[in-house]
Design a protein around this ligand. Structure first.
Ligand SMILES: [Zn+2]
Length: 68
């Protein structure tokens, strides 16, 4: 079983939260997901939101095809 690195409680499911990430020196904001411990709220992991990335790629491809 997975355990939280801070409170050491067993984690059977994360609490997911949408959060923005900003690269140092850049104004660009990335849509991300944080996976938090449901007991203490510690961020255990984070990644770029794959669903939003997929939607942005699909929209970009559709826009590109419509310009042809
Ligand atoms: Zn915890």
């Amino acid at each position: 079983m997975s355990k939280c690195p801070k409170c050491e409680m067993t984690i059977s499911r994360f609490r997911m939260e949408r959060i923005k990430a900003q690269e140092s020196g850049s104004a660009l904001l990335w849509n991300c997901l944080a996976y938090n411990c449901p007991h203490c709220g510690t961020v255990v992991s984070m990644q770029i939101d794959p669903i939003l990335v997929r939607d942005e790629i699909v929209a970009e491809v559709k826009a590109s095809l419509s310009r042809q």
